[in-house]
Ligand binder design. Structure first.
Ligand SMILES: [Ca+2]
Ligand SMILES: [Ca+2]
Length: 181
């Protein structure tokens, strides 16, 4: 189940992408740690976790069907990246993606990727050990062709700005009517 996340700021360079929050926790029991530093409610300084880098653990590229974009209903391609992080600081996570239309297991990431914008996953600092961040791209036959395979590479950033390795996955854009391409 997906829902729009109200706190997200859409970057101006990506007017057709909507970010959705699809999952925010692993469901695993987590050790809150008796050695955790005390939290001072009046302290507004930046909370720092253990400083481990996140891992991009899963990337799914799939037809999302018709979606009500700003310019009307249009078929959408969903790109959902899951990150995991041992120090739990995916309470704020950023996602950067690149894509091409040659499915060969590799995507050129030397240029500037499309940044999703930071999403606040959880108000509890250092308590989010896995998160999924989904982007919806409008398929309009221009930026993305209909019924065409695209390959995406993704990297996720944690709250500390540490970046994961890359993960690559491919999927096929829908037809104009939203059906599977
Ligand atoms: Ca981390
Ligand atoms: Ca490729």
């Amino acid at each position: 189940m997906l829902r729009a996340f109200p706190g997200l700021v859409f970057p101006a360079v990506l007017p057709l992408a909507l970010a959705l929050l699809s999952a925010a926790c692993t469901g695993e029991a987590k050790d809150t740690g008796s050695d955790a530093p005390p939290i001072n409610q009046d302290d507004t300084s930046v909370v720092t976790c253990a400083g481990t880098a996140p891992v991009a653990s899963e990337l799914v590229v799939e037809n999302y069907g018709l979606y009500p974009f700003e310019d009307g209903d249009a078929p959408a391609l969903k790109v959902a990246a899951t990150g995991t992080d041992d120090d739990g600081d995916l309470h704020r996570m950023d996602l950067v993606v690149w894509w091409d239309d040659v499915v060969d297991g590799a995507v050129d990431t030397s240029g500037e990727g499309t940044t999703s914008g930071i999403i606040a996953m959880d108000p509890d600092p250092c308590g989010t050990f896995a998160a999924t961040y989904a982007l919806l791209f409008e398929v309009d036959g221009i930026r993305f062709d209909y019924a065409t395979a695209y390959e995406f590479a993704a990297e996720v950033y944690d709250d500390a700005g540490l970046v994961s390795g890359q993960i690559v996955a491919d999927g096929v854009t829908p037809n104009m009517d939203g059906s599977d391409g």
